[in-house]
Design a protein around this ligand. Structure first.
Ligand code: ACO
Length: 429
């Protein structure tokens, strides 16, 4: 028998269905609440609101578990590749060898962007943050591919998916090249996904460039661990924009903008800026932990805390190890890594952080690896966006396939009650 919860308001009782997810998570279904009671729920920041049913990613924030389509992130990082995981997220199952080859070919044959699109980059100042051209060019793709914009046409969607996956690294690398005044480097489809991105970022026409296979493997893994994280701010944005039946390019462009913020994907850049600030200030980690605890300072430990994880973010654990490997391989001794380690150690033993269950998140160590690889700070959120793209696509596609209604929250109005317009000469000073 279906379980229900009883809600009593003003002496009247209402039955609300209780739902259970595949990992025994329970939810109160309030779909009929307003119709039955006239009431809405208020949940600022959506901390208690399930916006959809989703079969893509499972997180247990208390236990520090992250799974894509049921597969633990640790297993995928150890054995899989970014494009295989992209397939898994978007289509629901791991591909056969044949399916993976076909998928890779479909993505790879879409790596170039239209030559006219390059002109957009000229409109940006050289010091533009690369997330701005990234979002703008992705949105502009919709004007170049008007043959594949219908969200309800599976063939259109398929084409748009491959175009986006193929082109995003090219769009990102061009943003960087523009910012440093170097010529755009065309994609080389003989290379793997991450390797191709590295050569578009770091090669220059007059010099030979050899992609380091270990670094490209690390970057592939970094993309993979960022690939989805269920209903976070940017994924929810993508779903919300898409719920109006906006095309996939427009929806992803909005997701890129949402990711940009320092409380979300911009935090990886924020972490390095914070570590540099601490280093410039004499490396006094305790001072900054104290500052983070002082609410009036407005300072937070970037890369710490998470809405869902109240335990170690499993991605942070993996990236901490990867950080040691990459820096060791490159023979880099980064003083900021030392500060990061001391900061983590101090915070994890501090009552304030323990009480609030604030642990390092994925952004805490990713930036140190990116820096060691030679990426400038403002490219960090862009790298996050490339990694997150399959998740956004999977979330958008699921929303379309579930025929979700347009996302349209309500509000508790707390403004003035009705009043009447006064002509200017009657309003006083
Ligand atoms: N430093 C100091 N205090 C913190 C931090 C932090 N990084 N994060 C949370 N807190 C404190 C809050 O001040 C609050 O304290 P209070 O209960 O005394 O008021 C308590 O911990 C709960 O914090 P909230 O802001 O309510 O938590 P929320 O779930 O809304 O925010 C967020 C989560 C945005 C990630 C937050 O922890 C934060 O700002 N972290 C720093 C930015 C960051 O690293 N973002 C990346 C997140 S991961 C990602 O997007 C990929």
């Amino acid at each position: 028998m279906a379980q229900t919860a009883q809600l009593t308001i003003d002496g009247r009782s209402y039955q609300l269905p209780l739902l259970t997810g595949s990992e025994e998570e329970r939810a109160l279904d309030i779909t009929g609440l307003r119709q039955q009671t006239g009431l809405i729920t208020l949940d600022s920041g959506y901390g208690n609101t399930g916006s959809c049913r989703s079969a893509i990613t499972f997180i247990d924030g208390e236990k520090g578990i992250l799974r894509y389509r049921g597969y633990p992130i640790e297993e995928l990082a150890a054995h899989s590749s970014f494009l295989e995981v992209a397939y898994l997220l978007i289509y629901g199952e791991l591909p056969s060898e044949q399916q993976l080859t076909a998928f890779k070919n479909n993505v790879t044959c879409h790596t170039m962007i239209h030559e006219d699109l390059k002109h957009i980059y000229q409109a940006f100042p050289p010091d533009a943050h690369p997330m701005a051209p990234l979002s703008a060019v992705v949105s502009a793709l919709s004007t170049f591919y008007q043959d594949a914009l219908d969200p309800l046409n599976p063939e259109h969607v398929e084409l748009a998916i491959c175009r986006l996956l193929g082109k995003l690294p090219t769009i990102a690398a061009y943003a960087y090249k523009k910012s440093i005044g170097q010529p755009f480097i065309y994609p080389d489809d003989r290379l793997e996904y991450a390797a191709n991105f590295l050569q578009m970022m770091f090669s220059v026409p007059p010099e030979p460039y050899q992609v380091d296979p270990e670094l490209s493997h690390t970057l592939d893994q970094l993309f993979l661990v960022h690939a989805d994280h269920e209903q976070n701010c940017s994924a929810s944005t993508v779903r919300m924009v898409g719920s109006s039946r906006a095309n996939l390019f427009a929806s992803i462009s909005a997701g890129i903008s949402a990711l940009w913020g320092p409380l979300h994907g911009g935090a990886n850049q924020g972490v390095l800026e914070m570590l540099q600030r601490i280093a410039d200030d004499g490396g006094n980690v305790e001072k900054y932990v104290a500052l983070a605890k002082d609410k009036s300072s407005g300072f937070r430990l970037m890369g710490f805390g998470h809405r869902v994880y109240k335990n170690f973010d499993p991605r942070a654990r993996m990236l901490k190890q990867e950080c040691d490997i990459v820096l060791g391989k490159l023979g880099i001794e980064d003083p900021l890594l030392d500060i990061a380690r001391r900061l983590e150690e101090t915070a994890l033993h501090d009552e304030y952080f323990i009480e609030r269950k604030l642990y390092p998140n994925v952004d805490f160590y990713s930036g140190t690896i990116y820096r060691a690889m030679g990426f400038p700070l403002n490219m960090f959120p862009v790298l996050f966006a490339i990694g997150r793209l399959p998740g956004w696509i999977a979330q958008w596609k699921e929303m379309i396939e579930h025929h979700e209604r347009i996302a349209r929250p309500r509000q508790l109005y707390v403004g003035p009650q009705q009043r009447h317009y006064l002509p200017l000469d009657q309003r006083g000073s």
